[in-house]
Write a protein that binds this ligand. Structure first.
Ligand code: EPU
Length: 421
């Protein structure tokens, strides 16, 4: 038996939804907290399975983790021990790799299993490892485990061949205690990187330039506990904005930073979606016919690869052809195969998809092959005729905080069941 999500389509949604703290910031902030020598309080923690897995890893490291309220975590590394991370929790998510930078930075030694996460085609971590080596570490890999050691970490100039989010954050964490100055060139500029740098600076680190493509880190000797509130999740926000455009009579999405969503909002405007954008919220009203658009995914501030999949579902409802080019993960198109099962007209090309719309979607059995494919399936289920059954729900639960209750409050008919294997 396995859990499935079921959605009866065709109910027009109405009301308000409040966006949770950013998953991709949270999963870096939690490992970053262990660099402190005292308790770190983080608020705005989303209710997602990735947080549970990271909390398990913290407990293995003898870090005190206290959930004082639903979205409020106190992480106290005072009695921490640098234990080898060969637990299965490590392979449950991608972001466990942030313990590499954090433990290397704090102890000069880390041994851990290969991280897991969504399969989006090959996802190497060579740039993370090269960054650690530039700081003076040696990296070995045997029996599925990385061992990274450094007698002393020394600041260096590191040019990233690709502006990788993970490598930028990991190198930042490894460098906070390194001797002297580290300069990361061609750094990624995602808002989540600024959030992690903000936390580390509150702890006493000296990081400048986060959010630009050159980040400078001057090593310090000690970091203390602090208080931090996570930025809103721009991908969850984008997902609900797309849900509103696809299935709502009128919906307000609260707790957003519109500047983080500019690439999406301008595409939706081009499609003909009626939006009223305010300082920290957006209201979307039922639009007439939508027009197809072309999209090319790019690192921030370009169109986010994570929103390419949910947007594809909306594009099946737009008039004419839409061309989606994926430049970050060439194989991130599994959602298209699932949408085809529901009746979508999509041609798959090399690293791209061509969507011809509008097409009616029919509810059927589909799979959330990865997290954002899951979001694409939820949106499809909301607008399809009949009932859509989504398998592999655990992918959705890894990244969307309380998605069932948020959608129910908006008027969706969504529930879970156990199904035969
Ligand atoms: N890359 C390398 N070598 C490296 C690192 C990255 O070749 O050492 C390549 C990747 O294969 C990819 C590109 O560089 O083609 C960008 O990857 P990046 O490192 O920026 O991605 P990531 O850190 O692994 C984060 C998010 C992803 C999001 C990407 C791109 C987290 C935990 N994950 O992944 O989020 O798609 O940035 O914005 O922050 C999701 O939330 O569904 C998700 C997959």
């Amino acid at each position: 038996m396995h859990e499935v999500m079921k959605i009866e389509g065709g109910h027009l949604l109405e009301g308000e939804v409040t966006i949770s703290g950013a998953k991709n910031a949270t999963v870096a902030l939690i490992p970053a907290a262990v660099l402190a020598n005292g308790p770190v309080t983080i608020v705005g923690i989303p209710q997602i399975a990735d947080v549970d897995a990271l909390s398990r890893i913290l407990r293995i490291l003898n870090v005190d983790v206290n959930e004082v309220a639903e979205d409020h975590l106190i992480i106290d590394p005072t009695h921490m021990k640098n234990i080898d991370l060969d637990d299965d929790s490590v392979t449950k998510l991608r972001a466990s790799y942030y313990f590499m930078g954090a433990l290397l930075g704090k102890y000069g030694h880390v041994r851990m299993k290969m991280p897991g996460g969504c399969y989006l085609g090959p996802r190497p971590i060579d740039l993370h490892l090269k960054g650690f080596e530039s700081l003076g570490a040696t990296v070995t890999y045997d029996k599925g485990c990385y061992t990274i050691d450094a007698a002393e970490l020394k600041g260096n100039k590191i040019f990233l061949d690709i502006a990788s989010v993970g490598a930028t954050i990991n190198i930042m964490m490894a460098a906070v205690y390194a001797k002297g100055r580290t300069i990361i060139e061609n750094a990624a500029k995602e808002p989540e990187i600024i959030d992690v740098a903000t936390l580390l600076n509150k702890m006493g680190a000296r990081i400048r330039g986060a959010g630009t493509n050159v980040i400078t880190i001057d090593g310090v000797r000690s970091l203390s506990g602090c208080f931090h509130e996570i930025i809103p999740d721009r991908i969850e926000a984008g997902t609900f904005i797309i849900i509103a455009a696809a299935a709502a009579k009128k919906m307000t999405i609260n707790n957003i930073i519109p500047q983080h969503l500019e690439a999406l909002l301008s595409k939706l405007e081009e499609m003909g979606v009626k939006m009223d954008i305010d300082v920290d919220k957006v209201t979307i009203e039922r639009s007439g016919k939508l027009r197809g658009v072309d999209i090319t995914t790019k690192p921030y501030p370009g169109f986010a690869t994570d929103l390419q999949q949910p947007l594809t579902t909306l594009l099946t409802q737009a008039e004419g052809e839409s061309h989606v080019i994926e430049t970050i993960y060439a194989e991130r198109f599994k959602h298209c195969l699932e949408l085809q099962k529901m009746g979508a007209n999509i041609d798959l090309l090399n690293g791209a998809s061509l969507i011809k719309g509008p097409t009616k979607l029919d509810g059927c059995k589909v799979a959330a092959t990865d997290l954002r494919c899951g979001a694409a399936m939820v949106i499809a289920g909301l607008i399809a005729d009949g009932v859509t059954e989504i398998g592999n729900v655990y992918h959705i639960d890894r990244g969307y905080s309380e998605i069932d209750s948020k959608l129910k409050a908006l008027g969706a008919n969504i529930w879970r069941e156990m199904a035969e294997d």
